[in-house]
Design a protein around this ligand. Sequence first.
Ligand SMILES: [Zn+2]
Length: 136
Amino acid sequence: MSRARQPPGGPLDGYLGKPPELTFPQKWTLSGAWQRAQRADARFGPVDDAHFDVLLERERGGWGDKHRVLFAIQDGRLRAHCDCKSYQHRDWCAHVAHLWWRWSRDQLGVTDLDAEETHLSPPWWLTVDDAEVARA
Ligand SMILES: [Zn+2]
C-alpha cells in the first residue's frame, strides 16, 4: 500500500526541532500515572499519523479532559508528548502511559513516520529506556 509522502515535518510541524523522545521516569511502573493508565476506562482514537486524542476516566468516576498525545516513531525513536499539566511537569502522564500500555499489548497501531509503516506492538529494534519491564 502506498500513500502520498507527507511534506517534511508533516503531522509534526508544530514542534520546535525534534519532537521529544519518550523516556520513562524512575520507578515509573509504580507511578500513579501508570496505575491509572491500566485501570481507568479510556476512549482514544487517532487524529493523524502521529497524534491520538485520549480521554481517561477519573479516579473518582466521570471523564477527565481530552488530551492530544503525540505517539509515533521518528528516526527510530518513539516520540511522545502530551498537552496535559502532568506531562509539562514530569514528562510523564497517564495519557502517554495508557498508549504505551495499549501498544505493548498489541491494541494500538503506532506509525513509523519515516517508513510509513504501522506497528501493532513495539518493534524489536525500538529501544526505550527502562521499557523492557513493561513488555512482559
Ligand atoms: Zn497527559
